[in-house]
Design a protein around this ligand. Sequence first.
Ligand code: UD2
Ligand code: MN
Length: 586
Amino acid sequence: MEYQSSEAGRSGPGERGEPVVLLGEEKAKAEVLMPKEAFNRLASDKISLERSVPDVRDQACKHIVYPRQLPTASVVIIFHNEAWSPLLRTAHSVVNRSPPQYLHEVILLDDFSDKDFLGEDLRKYVESTWPDGVVKIVRTTERSGLIRARIAGAKAATGDVLIFLDSHCEVGPGWIEPLLGRIKEDRTTVLCPEIDLIDKDTLQYGGTGSFSVGGFWWSLHFSWRPIPEHEQKRRAALPNGSVSPIRVEPVLTRIQEDRSAVVCPIVDYIDANTLQYSLNGGYQVGGFSWSMHFTWENVPERDKAKRKYTDPVRSPTMAGGLFAADRKYFFEIGAYDPGMDVWGGENLEISFRTWMCGGKLEFIPCSRVGHIFRSSHPYTFPGNKDTHGINSMRLAEVWMDEYKRLFYTHRRDLLGQDFGDISERLELRKRLNCHSFKWFLDNVYPEKFMPDENVHAWGMVRNPSSNLCMDTLQKDEKMVFDMGLYSCQNGASANQVLSLSYKDELRREEGCLDSGGKDGDKLTLRQCNQAKATMKWKHDKKKNKIIHEQSGLCVDVNGEKNDGHPMLKPCKDTDSQIWTFEHYLD
Ligand code: UD2
Ligand code: MN
């Protein structure tokens, strides 16, 4: 593992991003604090506010040299009652790991915290640690919630580019240049760094390990997913050296890195007659012919392949907390919906809006930022409101057109609730002449499954004689589990929605029913995979059986009650093998 050179040789707890393990009395104390703080504050307090973190970027990232002139950044860190050490470690990491010429300012946006130490103590610390004023504190005069707090931070900022961070992050070496470089190249891109994991118990800084992009559940929660095939193909087809922040000027850095390297610039043309300077568009490498003449050759595949670790990855959505945008562009496309309260929903809103209104959302693999993922919120929700639910209603009503039905399928409890005035957001959508949500699905997220489109049947899957329906029993659908049975809820429960797809899957949004195919086997919900023959099912509304294609066995209630499980049985003429779908589309 490599470290930023200025940080090599540091020693102390948590250095190099290593875990801090508490023992004995300290451990007991930490466990008492845990439910309130939702992370291990004692471990965090032991670690230097300027600790080193491992450089988890791919090697290829380190060979990129960015243009000398980059836009400047205002880094906006919003917080409400954040603990001292994570907040200041965020600020220190930004100041220490951003070249000063690009760091216009760091704004600590205090969203009306009421912890004493975040008042005068924080002011004194900031003024004495950064006397040049690069770190500023701006405070709201009432609890704004994270959405309005970010708007306030953005309004206070004066740099070219806004970069938002949560108040419990640590940025990695070289994190800022790839963001600024890409925005310089295309100001309509909204960019996310790759988010590394800082463990909430030990504060260990760990890489994410895998490249992913953002998706969403129809319940309007954010999800991580693998880079889809169409995006992999798009990136592979890019000509070398295009649409990427890469400006390879590797001469000096390359020799510094490896003195045995002999390095050539790319040779541009200066016309002998007119002295016109024109770029060598080719990006070729040198070869030779057997007559011993030098030749230009195309860049071989093995060298092109490196770019898959450095090029921007398009993503339908972002997680929300960590992103960069050209400051003026951020406001041009509507900043945020100021009608959203406290927490939740704004991440999908800005994602859909960016794509639908002409921008692009990209993940930048060479920019790495660690974030402490906490188990719960260490702050209050005034009025105990379900702000994610209400904010998501605003988002669905403004941006999702007829597809909002799929959100309400999951959140019937919200129907009829007051989501406030959205007229200004509708006006914005009209003014920017944005695409429809269907355009977004077709063009940006074509693999997204719609439970009621391109399917033979969908809705409750009911066994009439028992009035039991297939039901997820509220299990976490990111996990693998056996499908259950529960008394039918007349369409009121999203846990009972299943679809029979054109591909003969019996599926939920991401998971498909699978079975080993033996007498008595249960139906297991796991990640859909079209190549798996054990995930194919047949059903027709005349015979009303559900047949597991591979084994020829039938799905049977088998005398189960609420909380039981359907299973495979040899097909026979019995009520316990009769199933009807709530809706048939063909
Ligand atoms: C994720 C995002 C978060 C936000 C949220 C959806 C990441 C890593 N985090 O949740 O940024 O988009 O999804 O809304 O993508 N805060 C305030 N005022 C408040 C409440 C919170 O300033 O009233 C601050 C808080 O101190 C923190 C930030 O907002 O710095 C985000 O809150 P969080 O860390 O609780 O959200 P998280 O990471 O669970
Ligand atoms: Mn957070």
